[in-house]
Design a protein around this ligand. Sequence first.
Ligand code: SF4
Length: 141
Amino acid sequence: MTTTTSTVRLNWGTRYEVTVLDLGLACCGVEVMAALHGRGDDAPEPVPAGAPEVAHVLVVSGTVTDVMLPAVLASYEAMPEPKYVLSVGACSNTGGPYWDSYCVTKGIDQMLPVDVAVPGCPPRPEALLDGLRALHRMVTS
Ligand code: SF4
């Protein structure tokens, strides 16, 4: 599993900084990395951070196999409250092209309380940023 932890500065208020724990499990993880570590005008500003214990948002991107599921759940459990989950891509949302595989979770929402699901195979990096904005609206409304 490729995991990166980033502190992503979003304009959620002058005193609030969002730390994203990115669990890149397959190809969708590359798009998440592009979104979180891109240098476009629309990209958030990432700062290397520590571990699940400092994360506010868990991004699950890619195919959640039965082998990797315990690590995903352990990451979520280690995060402090309040915590939020973004499911990114068809695999994480529904199992995607592997929906009928015996060893793939048919949607991480069956295991975790997903707040925002970003569709696509893979979603564009901009779609992830839209998902973060949707989460922002949900948290601040
Ligand atoms: S949704 Fe598509 S791009 Fe994303 S991990 Fe699955 S197969 Fe790869």
